[in-house]
Design a protein around this ligand. Sequence first.
Ligand code: F6P
Ligand code: MG
Length: 428
Amino acid sequence: MSFAYLTIRDRLPQILTKVIDTVHRNKNKFFEDNGEEGVEAEKKALSFFSKLRNEIQTDKPVLPLTDNQSDTELWNQYLDYQKTLLNKGETPSWFKSPWLYVECYMYRRIQEGLVLSPPISEYDVFREGKTESFFQSQPAIIALCTYLQELKNNVANLSENQKKEELSKLLQVCLWGNKCDLSISGGLDNSQKFSILSSLESFMPFILVNDMESVWAVLSGSKNLESGKELMKRVDIVLDNAGFELITDFVLADALLSLRLASEVHFHAKCMPWFVSDTTKHDFNWTIKHLQAANHKWMSKCGVNWKENLQRSCWIYHEHLFWTLPHEFCMMAQTAPDLYSELQKSDLVIFKGDLNYRKLTGDRKWEFTVPFFQALTTFHPAPLCSIRTLKADVQVGLKPGVGEQLSSNEPDWMISGKYGVVQLSTSV
Ligand code: F6P
Ligand code: MG
């Protein structure tokens, strides 16, 4: 049985059941905020979500969206496109459509259910889980914030080699932080319970593609040889999950500035709740605000510094609806040319997480040894690096025999999150 099949059969209905439970539990809150209208909206949303779960479980056709949002037309066009891929008379349905498409579509339908249920349209059904996961990771977050502040205090004394080691360490932290997503666990606790820093060495053998040296080369080649002046480098991070993973991204972004490997970091987040734990604007701001007010010296120092980074515009927040479309990234230049040209301004675009990897590679059944560059097909806006733990069955750029050997020894190596890649493509 494929993981795609199990996802549609078990995982998506399980996530929806949790959504239904969350909305129901918050009935009183909706009443307090909006009176009877809130209670009516809760009922409406609940019946929408139950119907949606039933559509999935009984393999009903994928329906056009009806909520008149700025992306509604694009989704409906994409559905029409899916129809053209089928034989005449056939309709795309939950079990008979590409996995990537219907999985994205489910999260967009959840959004539709809320949009059609005012006044609770802005409610994030996944927020409770994200907040809980953040608090459960508290010790690991403290360890990381403390490490970062020590690094910053000592940065002037570091040799180039030591800087390279620090970058590699923080890239690994960022990588393993991607284990903590709540979609793979069906919304159940998947937080980082202990400091990750002491485990990095023992996790090293599980990094299947390790391009960290080349990432260093991309970022450290910042001296203008003629004038000796440092060039300004821009790094973009296409964020994935809130909670511990987002902290690892912030720590990396802060260290990039302190190590003078970048002068600007641009973050890209989701404009609606997505894949349970993905970062929205609210999560982004809440995290920094919460750290600022934390009762721990180094945590709050991080929060204060990060707020300043945003105020000084050396950290810049972006949102684009393309990130919550089902499209693979090779369609970005035509579907979202403004976003594509924004990314072209970057010196390095870091794509966090598994879903981004699936979209980078078009979620195809590539041979394991196909070069990353080739799997990106036409998507080459700037040098780009995927930092991802394996949670879906696509992987490229492996040495001959590696994928086959793993498949025979560990049947679930591509979906367990145990393995990871830091995989770079420099061709533009
Ligand atoms: O299959 C697991 C899954 O739901 C994938 O569909 C998706 O790519 C991934 O989890 C989400 O993981 P991440 O948060 O790393 O993108
Ligand atoms: Mg995610």
